[in-house]
Design a binder for this molecule. Sequence first.
Ligand SMILES: NC(=O)c1ccc[n+]([C@@H]2O[C@H](COP(=O)([O-])OP(=O)(O)OC[C@H]3O[C@@H](n4cnc5c(N)ncnc54)[C@H](OP(=O)(O)O)[C@@H]3O)[C@@H](O)[C@H]2O)c1
Length: 394
Amino acid sequence: MASVLIIGAGGVGRVVAHKCVQNRDTFDKISLASRTLSKCEQIQNEVGKENIDIYQVDADKVDELVKLIEKVKPDVVINVALPYQDLTIMEACLQTGVDYLDTANYEHPDTAKFEYKEQWAYHDKYKEKGIMGLLGSGFDPGVTNVFCAYADQYLFDTIEYIDILDCNAGDHGYPFATNFNPEINLREVSAKGRYWENGKWIETEPMEIKMVWDYPEIGPRDSYLLYHEELESLSKNIKGLKRIRFFMTFSESYLTHMKCLENVGMLRIDEVDFNGCKIVPIQFLKALLPDPASLGPRTKGKTNIGCVIEGVKDGKRKKVYIYNVSDHEKCYQETKAQAVSYTTGVPAVIGAKLMVENIWKKPGVWNMEQFDAKPFMDELNKQGLPWVIKELEV
Ligand SMILES: NC(=O)c1ccc[n+]([C@@H]2O[C@H](COP(=O)([O-])OP(=O)(O)OC[C@H]3O[C@@H](n4cnc5c(N)ncnc54)[C@H](OP(=O)(O)O)[C@@H]3O)[C@@H](O)[C@H]2O)c1
């Protein structure tokens, strides 16, 4: 039995709280902390006061986090605040000797670029302290890394090509909204594309490479090449790999809105002067757009996220497609959050469960594919994210 501290009471935090409560045989003490206490209260009311304790914390401040961790005494901290808080929360876990898990790569608020360098730099310090950090335990990154690891460990002798394919075919009825934090989402989508081939990174213009992929249970969708954080760790950890790419679906309407917002300067992340006030346009835009948490009750349709993996098994070429399909409405019925939050929150809880049960446990800072994929794959089926493996023609 373990004590878990969840930091961040947004869409993903809500799912993590609901799922931890569903796993009371693993987590006998559940605490939730966030910047705005009223958001924690809302979640507490949903899951029952007797199931969860709530706290206010500014996760940008290491000293506040240390005090909170010393008070709550968790075995593991699940960070589902924003990527900007990764380093402060990792530091607080180091100072207090507590295991750490997150779902998104550290990003500096002033630079729209994410990479693992600063989080990997904690590896030796975590190892010395005897604690573990698990990075990127969401869906992508997260489950996509586990799908690749499972293929590498159980299905192939060598993997040569991986395409990660992320389709959200949900419809929320608004002309324009983002399914998770708008600032993080728009920074990611408006950035240049990048993929890894033969040991080198190849950069593309934003949305330059497009293909149409036929997603099971959804149908054909325009899919655009983006840089995504799991490419950095998988290109290092899957030996023999020749190429890895990431594609995400976007509708014409979404891309036209985004281009227009970008052209008028609304995606800028630097401060501008407005009537004597300093504002950051993308943060102002976030205040105008629907709160992703409010999309839950209105979103219909499905998500399909998976990996197409090609390589060699017993001297023969082989290609498999491993994917999960989630239904927005079903996710909402279960956790009061739509599928994008659900598919992120459930793997975070699975990661934490495997850590506290000592199934995934080694001191240091690790990515998901550095562990045996089998127990995680088994838990996905049990915890609401079942997967399918299809053999494709090579
Ligand atoms: N790997 C994946 O598959 C995947 C997919 C989607 C999202 N994600 C990641 O999941 C995380 C959560 O996403 P989300 O959609 O739940 O975002 P969200 O709805 O914006 O929630 C973030 C929460 O963190 C809180 N927070 C922000 N700054 C804080 C601070 N300094 N101190 C304490 N709390 C703070 C926010 O508080 P306020 O309410 O006060 O603003 C909010 O409640 C993000 O890191 C996102 O990148 C990962």
